[in-house]
Design a protein around this ligand. Structure first.
Ligand code: KIV
Length: 270
């Protein structure tokens, strides 16, 4: 049957916010996961730099490079028909200069096939984001707990606890909207400030550990299917335990091979 859903673009999200329609984002890093998420009808798919941790088993996202991100982004973009695919700019691909940021953001579109990019940072990153959006590359902002700055935060800590921190987040959100972001991730911040930011912006907010009053939610797919580390953050709902299931299937396969039960005649070419 033909797929009659409309292609979701970076512009669709503001319309969805205006209509009060909650926006759904998940991450994907490979072709078949992206296809499944698209078939399930998610609105956006982020090829997150979280892949450093959940695909490559690193302790943080800091060693992820453009050369790692681009092939994953290309595979996801090729798999997806309807959802909006965004590539996550890795650490040090946009921090040093406008020229480097624009060049690398462009590569996510020209080589990765993405519809736009995400990058981390508050008001201090607004001028750079403006330069990228002005030349026609859609940008998703990301404020709150920005994992590329864990060394500054001293770990994965909830942000926006003091009045000063809340003011910084609100000012940042307004500056990123002004800089042309089509939406923004609010990560690990107190629900009250997430609500205030969401109400103050025309563009939508996508919360991860930011409570229920953002315009949408975004989570790392591996976290909700049980295919990531043992630490499960408070905001993660585990729908499945893929790690346990894989262990079960691998042991069953090993037992079948060792007992001669696999392959059977019908599984052989005669
Ligand atoms: O890298 C990532 O997957 C992210 C999301 C969790 C927002 O930045």
């Amino acid at each position: 049957m033909a797929d009659t859903r409309d292609k979701i673009t970076t512009l669709s999200f503001t319309h969805m916010k205006k209509k009060g329609k909650k926006i759904v984002w998940l991450t994907a890093y490979d072709y078949y996961t992206a296809r499944a998420l698209d078939d399930a009808g998610v609105d956006g798919i982020l090829v997150g730099d979280s892949l450093g941790m959940v695909v490559y088993g690193k302790k943080d996202t800091l060693s992820v490079t453009m050369e790692v991100m681009l092939p994953h982004t290309e595979a996801v973009s090729r798999a997806v028909q309807n959802a909006c695919v965004i590539g996550d700019m890795p650490f040090m691909s946009y921090q040093t200069s406008d020229a480097e940021a624009i060049h690398n953001a462009g590569r996510f579109l020209s080589e990765g096939g993405a519809a736009g990019v995400k990058l981390e940072g508050g008001i201090e990153m607004a001028a750079r984001i403006r330069r990228i959006t002005e030349i026609g590359i859609p940008v998703m902002g990301h404020i709150g707990l920005t994992p590329q700055s864990i060394n500054k935060f001293g770990g994965y800590k909830v942000q926006g606890k003091t009045d000063q921190a809340k003011n910084y987040l609100l000012e940042s959100a307004l500056a990123l909207q002004e800089a042309g972001c089509f939406g923004m991730v609010l990560e690990a911040i107190k629900s009250d400030i997430a609500q205030k930011i969401s109400q103050s912006l025309e563009i939508p907010t996508f919360g991860i550990g930011a409570g229920s009053l953002t315009d949408g939610q975004i989570v790392v797919t591996n976290d909700i299917v049980g295919a990531s580390g043992d630490f499960v953050p408070k905001f993660v709902r585990r729908y499945f335990d893929l790690g346990a299931k894989l262990r079960e299937v691998a042991s069953q396969f090993a037992a079948d091979v060792r007992s001669g039960n696999y392959p059977s005649e019908s599984e052989s070419y005669g």
